[in-house]
Design a protein around this ligand. Structure first.
Ligand code: UDP
Length: 254
């Protein structure tokens, strides 16, 4: 890791300069943080699994024409991505009431929503990612009205596709968080999907038992966190070739 220039370190990932201009290496850590809680814990092997899961989902989305930053997986914990200018807005798509929506509106977790709901949050650690509306986003210039329209259209397509994909493996896609970036291609400015899609930023419940297969196991101290992430990978058919034994923590980094 020492040879490459680090360009950013976030809570769960580190970005390094990539081998060619316009690329970055996205490195997945095992660190896990919870909003409104201090410090970081470790979910052993999480980075390895999320690297795989995000690769798989980004590739499938690419196949249906969703532009993504994913280029290729490099090793167990790293993938090559396109460098984009991140739009400082987090998009949350919801199909079922959970988490902050349940709290804010006093609704029972697990209530299906009459239609998918999209929410926006301003990306700011200092402010704890406050919820904002399209009005704030366009008034403060975080994205143009056209960009927001594109982001909503892409998010709805991603939601429909992923909800179906997970349904096919017995998982309910309750909600998830997306980030988008700007990419210049010749003279054309495009909006593309960035960041990651994994059990760190999705709520995934078993269809039959409602068992949580996502980061809520960690947030709510339910135990068996690593096993839940592995179960998602197993159902997606993407456990690493040599099985769970090569998912054991940072020492496996290549
Ligand atoms: N989420 C995320 N990062 C955040 C906030 C939320 O990835 O900083 C994801 C979270 O995993 C869930 C969805 O967005 O799948 C909705 O989260 P919610 O607003 O309910 O917040 P939470 O209850 O997680 O604080």
């Amino acid at each position: 890791m020492g040879r490459r220039r680090q360009v950013y370190e976030g809570k769960a990932k580190v970005l390094f300069e990539g081998p060619e201009p316009g690329t970055l290496v996205q490195h997945f850590k095992d660190d896990a943080t919870v909003r409104h809680r201090r410090g970081a814990g470790i979910i052993t092997g999480k980075g390895v699994i999320n690297n795989r899961i995000s690769e798989h989902l980004m590739l499938r989305l690419g196949e249906i024409g969703i532009p993504t930053h994913f280029l290729r997986r490099l090793n167990m914990r790293e993938q090559l991505i396109r460098e984009v200018e991140i739009i400082p807005v987090e998009v949350v798509m919801r199909n079922v009431v959970a988490g902050s929506l349940a709290e804010r509106l006093g609704l029972a977790e697990g209530t299906p929503l009459p239609r998918s709901v999209v929410e926006f949050y301003y990306k700011s650690n200092e402010l704890n990612d406050p919820m904002v509306t399209e009005e704030h986003i366009t008034a403060f210039g975080w994205a143009t009205p056209q960009e927001i329209d594109e982001i909503i259209a892409l998010s709805l397509r991603i939601n429909d596709f992923l909800a179906g994909l997970f349904y096919g493996i017995g998982i309910r896609l309750v909600d998830f968080r997306l980030e988008f970036g700007r990419l210049w291609e010749n003279d054309l400015l495009r909006i593309i999907l960035a960041d990651e899609i994994s059990p760190d930023n999705c709520r995934l419940w078993d269809i039959d038992t409602n068992e949580k297969l996502d980061k809520d196991r960690y947030r709510r101290d339910l135990g068996a966190v690593e096993e839940a992430y592995q179960e998602v990978a197993r159902r997606l058919g993407i456990l690493p070739e040599s099985g769970p034994s090569d998912m054991k923590g940072p020492e496996v980094m290549q």
